[in-house]
Design a binder for this molecule. Sequence first.
Ligand code: FMN
Length: 229
Amino acid sequence: MTDVTTSPSQSFDLLVRTRRSVRGFLDKRVPDEVLDDVFETARWSPSGTNVQPWHICVASGDVCERIRQGFLERAANKVAVKIDHPSDRRLGDPWRARKRGCAKVLYDSMGIDWDDREGRGRAAARNYEFFDAPHAAFICMHEGFGIQSAADIGMYAQTLMLALTTHGVASCAQGTLRNYPDLVREEFELEAEIKVLFGISFGYEDTNVPANMARTQRAPLTETVQFLG
Ligand SMILES: Cc1cc2nc3c(=O)[nH]c(=O)nc-3n(C[C@H](O)[C@H](O)[C@H](O)COP(=O)(O)O)c2cc1C
């Protein structure tokens, strides 16, 4: 994957920009050797005092299918979501505008109008199908950890997704996969104290899925970074 004609910094920049959220996967498992490689790399992520607060549940095959069906059945029966960690508060601009921009890119790629509530609902429902991914990694953390350790989890997640990218494996981080954490706890026989923060669906990209045409942008440096001195 890495182009040897580029410098390490260029290769890294390319890797970071190559990763993107994919929302349509082929029915093709990632080989076990690749999974071993990727999760081996991800465990080298940094964390405060090297506490490594992450606990990752990787669901594949029948296990992935059962959890997926659990999500879909609950959604069909309108079972209220019960998340382990509090959600973000409602925030105004610039964050609100960025959220809307992200949603618009996705709906545009799928040919869904902003006013088409049903279409938007269908797009959202794809989350619980895990976008047909053959694997889902549920990113968990003990309830004793707070926001500081959640930052460590973010580092782990990005390392994991970049490691997947180097192997040509696509992914989509999904906050929506925190909605029914008991399904994950039950399947993986987790202690009640282990809480689900989010999930990452992954597998090989189905390039025929329109949602995979979506490309997000980023706010300019001037909006998000202050250089002083
Ligand atoms: C923690 C986290 C949760 C996310 N939750 C969802 C989700 O539930 N559904 C979804 O379609 N995308 C989800 N995303 C993907 C973001 O929308 C996406 O990363 C962002 O728009 C930037 O686009 P890119 O990943 O293609 O670069 C999530 C991303 C992160 C990091």
